[in-house]
Design a protein around this ligand. Structure first.
Ligand code: BGC
Length: 467
């Protein structure tokens, strides 16, 4: 059997682990992308006004922030696998409850709990993969997770558009929109139940025999298993018994990680992911183009990022992304100033419309191939091993919190001051992101994680810890 396995590369279980974990990413994307094309249907079925629709959109993200806190504890005390099962169960139960079109408060809190599931998955899936997948494919597994998020956003946008075309009655259509999510949620739950526990977590709990059993299912030879067990043991022994997280070098990189996530959100991406059809609608761009442009461009340009990030480095991509987003947000803002208060789409000139559409396309391109994947990547690279789990928990919470702020206030700002003001706020976010990149962000391409840690402890300037 061993010969066969060597020829094949990886054992079947490795593919299974990757598939189930990608389902976690897919569900993250399905839930994140759900609102854009489903919001008008939800608003009609539940007669929500703009603040109501906005609050329903944002509640999942507040739930996700809390879910990440829960994941920090459940991942540590219950284990990674049980946390994944918990996330999968929340996905299934809350989507199923929503599909019954319950009274609005129940729908609202179901969406909050769905968010808790998304938060747990957003933290535990990458952690589980990093600890369980063979070293050779860990990098690509990380990017696969990101890619699946954008696939999820695209897929749910498309199925929702199709449902709008095929099922004309809102009350008949809404449950079907939720059912698409239930199908993948059930697959993920069944998958999560069948997964082995993370060997690193088992070792942390002193269950070496069980860890060895899992590794023998994942790795090909006794030699590989022994090497992996040694690496895990050394890492655990090197960890200080008492955590002193908020001191010295850790605090410095923690701030870099936190601001990476703050700016990933303050450039405004989720205003687009959630409200592009609404925003483009104000500019008279409706129908299929209004509903599918953002998810399509977002998915398409995540592919070059995966390849370019190892070729051009992280910072170059981030700079290009920030500059492109800055210019396009400015252009979109001016297009809206030209449109003014005109609400009749047929009376809006074609130039503002073209500028708006082209700006949105280039903006999404700018995000998808830079800040989208790279912010998460940098946060997984800069923390010293003993603090990695805590660093990633905190930065993931910050990401959700700022996403929640953007989604919870974007429509109110549009309504009170007009879309141009919202775009100009994001322009400020883009400018600050460039200043932040220039002064504080290290280049981490091609450097070992241990080297980064060594530089950090030696007191090098933050922006130089990758060289
Ligand atoms: C961000 C999400 C965003 C998604 C869009 C992720 O990297 O963290 O907030 O919705 O990209 O693709």
């Amino acid at each position: 059997m061993d010969d066969k396995v060597k020829k094949a590369g990886f054992k079947g279980i490795v593919y299974w682990i990757s598939i189930v974990a990608s389902l976690g990413g897919l569900l993250f994307g399905l839930d994140q992308g759900f609102i854009a094309n489903a919001l008008p249907t939800i608003e009609k079925v539940y007669t929500l006004d703009i603040p109501g629709g906005e609050s329903f959109s944002g509640i999942m993200l507040w739930g996700a922030a809390i879910g990440t806190v829960i994941a920090g504890f459940s991942g540590r005390y219950l284990g990674r696998k049980k946390s994944l099962v918990l996330a999968g169960s929340l996905f299934v139960l809350m989507s199923a409850l929503s599909a019954t079109l319950p009274a609005y408060p129940i729908l609202y809190w179901a969406r909050f709990l769905l968010g808790v599931g998304v938060g747990i998955a957003s933290f535990v899936v990458p952690l589980y993969l990093a600890e369980t997948a063979p070293a050779k494919i860990r990098g690509s597994m990380g990017t696969l997770f990101q890619l699946m998020i954008t696939v999820g956003i695209f897929a749910i946008s498309l199925t929702n558009v199709l449902l709008i075309r095929v099922v004309s009655d809102n009350v008949d259509r809404l449950p079907l929109m939720f059912i698409v999510i239930i199908i993948f949620a059930v697959l993920m739950l069944i998958g999560a139940i069948s997964l082995p526990e993370s060997p690193r977590w088992l070792m942390l709990r002193g269950r070496k025999k069980d860890a060895e059993k899992v590794l023998s299912r994942v790795l090909n030879s006794k030699e590989e298993i022994d090497i992996e067990l040694n690496i895990i043991e050394e890492a655990i022994n090197a960890s200080p018994k008492t955590n002193r997280p908020l001191k010295g070098p850790f605090l410095k990189v923690l701030l870099v990680g936190i601001f990476m996530m703050v700016f990933q959100q303050l450039v405004g991406i989720n205003a687009m992911i959630y409200y592009a059809p609404t925003i483009l609608g104000y500019g008279g761009i409706v129908g299929f183009v209004g509903m599918m442009t953002v998810p399509f461009v977002n998915l398409l340009f995540t592919f070059p990022a995966i390849w370019l990030v190892e070729k051009w480095g992280r910072k170059k991509l981030l700079y290009i992304g920030s500059v492109l987003m800055l210019i396009t947000m400015l252009a979109a803002g001016f297009a809206f100033l030209a449109i003014g208060n005109q609400t009749d789409a047929s009376l809006i000139g074609s130039w503002p419309k073209i500028i708006l559409l082209v700006s949105v396309i280039i903006y999404i391109f700018g995000f998808a191939f830079s800040w989208g994947p790279v912010a998460w990547l940098i946060c997984s690279e800069i923390f010293p091993i003993q603090n990695r789990e805590m660093g990633m928990t905190i930065t993931t919470i910050v990401n959700w919190l700022f996403a929640a702020v953007v989604v919870s206030f974007a429509l109110t700002i549009i309504n009170s001051f007009g879309p141009a003001v919202l775009f100009f706020i994001f322009v400020v976010g883009c400018v600050l992101s460039i200043v932040f990149l220039f002064f504080w962000v290290p280049e981490t391409q091609g450097v070992g994680l241990e080297k980064i840690e060594e530089n950090l402890k030696a007191g090098k300037k933050l922006k130089n810890i990758g060289s």
